[in-house]
Design a protein around this ligand. Structure first.
Ligand SMILES: [Zn+2]
Length: 142
């Protein structure tokens, strides 16, 4: 599956060059062209799935193994003290290229990137109603 207008599909097909660090049957990893820090890597499904909701589980399982391998390589080769793994689904969530990908960003104490979101407090009734709604959808009866 491929989208002829998709930049990541073109990278997978080799039509656009990339700084590849890994590739197997279903997954590819290459350096982000606009790195937040040196070693910032994208792990990308080779087939064109817009978001995580579209990828078959076997394919996602393989991709997650690659995530771990790349994380380990970044930690050792880039002397990263920490690592962010980020993945966006949908433009409202900040996804700019609608082809499933994960960002791996090496972190160090003084890199100045920061990372934060607001820690809201919701009323207990709202938390429990949300929990019930999601647990039911998950088939969880605990
Ligand atoms: Zn694509």
């Amino acid at each position: 599956m491929r989208d002829p207008n998709c930049i990541f599909c073109k990278i997978v097909a080799g039509e656009i060059p990339s700084k590849k660090i890994y590739e197997d049957e279903t997954t590819i990893a290459f350096l982000d062209i606009y790195p937040a820090n040196p070693g910032h890597t994208l792990v990308v499904a080779k087939d064109h799935f817009s978001t995580i909701l579209g990828i078959p589980e076997d394919n996602l399982y393989n991709l997650s193994k690659v995530l771990k391998k790349v994380a380990s390589s970044i930690r050792e080769s880039m002397n990263a003290e920490g690592l962010n793994i980020l993945q966006f689904n949908g433009s409202v969530a900040g996804q700019t290229i609608p082809h499933l990908h994960f960002h791996l960003i090496p972190r160090s104490k003084d890199d100045g990137l920061g990372f934060a979101w607001p820690h809201r407090q919701l009323p207990e009734e709202e938390m429990e109603a949300t929990r019930k709604k999601l647990a039911e959808k998950m088939g969880y009866r605990g």
